[in-house]
Design a protein around this ligand. Structure first.
Ligand code: SF4
Ligand code: SF4
Length: 412
């Protein structure tokens, strides 16, 4: 079992919690040459799926110009300089060279649903048509022994080369018997161990697969845990959130195609390009936080004017994710844009620790002294130390800071 308190502490204290957005010419030039060589090697391989990315894009009415706009945005999301854009475009066309096996374990299938429910698909969504999905519990037509046979064949054929995507947690209670699968009644635990053994890397998708998610919420009746508690000796990439954003899944696959390696990860195994900064860092309501303008209760003047949701429970200051930038539903909106505070869905134990709709003032969170920004940076640690000083103190201090702009130390 993960000690999530320790892990969260580590994230807030580690230096690598910040993203290094410029790693110097030498690094990028060498990465560029490696990526170019890797793409030419992949191009020589037989496509595993006879679907051409550009055909799919055109048939869905996405023109070349829009595709190139997506390529630039994705290159930036991956924190690569613009010179990588042509390589990112080429990598999308080579996605049909990478075999993927997708397992569905203890969850609501929300991550798969998020991919399927797209009404006006983005390029991110379309890429899943091109990806060589060799097996997917929820999407495949076969069942029973046929399905098992297909899985065995895919594992044998692509031994040590396939990416294993896992959605859902693994129940460990009752000897794993809360979750069994297939005609042989294999437990989720054994199923995952068997299939991960010959994967090139394991990608845990969604908060259930990464940290146990909602099934692991107290009292965790099935003993649910995440993939990293079970799979050892393999590269693991965690893409938490409820659901995980398709753009981040695509980002991980593109990075793998470009470099043959997993992206740089934080101590919770999340790719730094997506989870290296907080919701709060890029939130559209941030100016109101800095000005001390808060929604005090739902429907009040603050709510009507889109002020900061901090005092009605927003957990953006301690949540690492890029949803404030890439958003959901074809990029149209995200929870805070729609007027609901962040519930910290991409953090361990989020349901027990963060998701309550309680105002911060009642959460017993320490408000460290210092400038407003410093206070927010230390916010997560304050949550963990849970002293008696309410975060309401900070909110009040922010308001004062807003009124006395220019003065220093006003929130002490
Ligand atoms: S507290 Fe929440 S709503 Fe307010 S600025 Fe931060 S992330 Fe945005
Ligand atoms: S805003 Fe917060 S709760 Fe909503 S998706 Fe992003 S991380 Fe999850």
């Amino acid at each position: 079992m993960i000690d999530s308190t320790e892990m969260v502490k580590k994230v807030f204290t580690q230096k690598s919690g910040r993203v290094d957005t410029n790693r110097g010419d030498e690094y990028y030039n060498s990465l560029f040459e490696n990526a170019k060589n890797r793409l030419s090697t992949l191009r020589e391989q037989e496509p595993l799926k006879d679907i051409d990315m550009m055909d799919v894009i055109e048939s869905e009415g996405v023109n070349r110009r829009d595709f190139m706009k997506w390529v630039s945005a994705t290159t930036a999301t991956l924190m690569l300089p613009p010179m990588f854009a042509p390589l990112v475009a080429e990598a999308t066309e080579l996605m049909n060279r990478v075999p993927v096996i997708w397992l569905e374990l203890q969850d609501c299938a929300g991550n798969t649903e998020a991919l399927l429910r797209s009404s006006a698909p983005t390029v991110d969504d379309l890429l899943f048509d091109v990806l060589s999905l060799e097996f997917h519990h929820a999407l495949m037509a076969g069942a029973g022994h046929d399905a098992e046979h297909q899985l065995d064949e895919a594992m044998e054929h692509f031994k040590d080369n396939y990416l294993l995507f896992v959605e859902g947690s693994i129940p460990m209670g009752m000897n794993g018997n809360y979750g069994t699968i297939g005609p042989s009644g294999e437990t989720f635990h054994d199923h995952l161990q068997r299939i991960s053994k010959h994967a090139a890397a394991v990608v845990a998708v969604g908060t259930c697969a990464t940290f146990g998610g909602v099934p692991a919420a107290s009292p965790n009746p099935t003993g649910a845990v995440g993939v990293m508690d079970i799979v050892k000796g393999k590269p693991i990439i965690n893409i938490p959130a409820c659901p995980a954003n398709p753009a981040n899944m695509v980002g991980v696959v593109l990075h793998y195609i470009l470099t043959g390696q997993v992206p740089e990860l934080d101590s919770l195994l999340r790719p730094k390009f997506a989870f290296g900064y907080r919701i709060h860092d890029n939130c559209e309501r941030r100016a109101h936080f800095d000005a001390g303008e808060f929604v005090e209760e739902w429907g009040d003047v603050g709510a009507q004017n889109n002020w900061c949701l901090y005092k009605v429970g927003c957990k953006g200051p301690m949540t690492f994710n890029n949803c404030s930038i890439i958003r959901y539903n074809e990029g149209t909106n995200w929870p805070i844009g729609a007027g609901h505070g962040c519930i910290g869905c991409s953090e361990p134990d989020f349901w027990d620790k963060y998701a309550y709709q309680r105002p911060m003032a009642s959460a017993n969170i320490k408000a460290p002294t210092g400038g407003v920004e410093k206070t927010v940076d230390e916010f997560g640690l304050g949550l963990l130390t849970a002293t008696t000083v309410g975060i309401g103190v900070h909110a009040v201090a922010s308001a004062v800071a807003g009124k006395k702009s220019g003065e220093e130390g006003e929130d002490k």
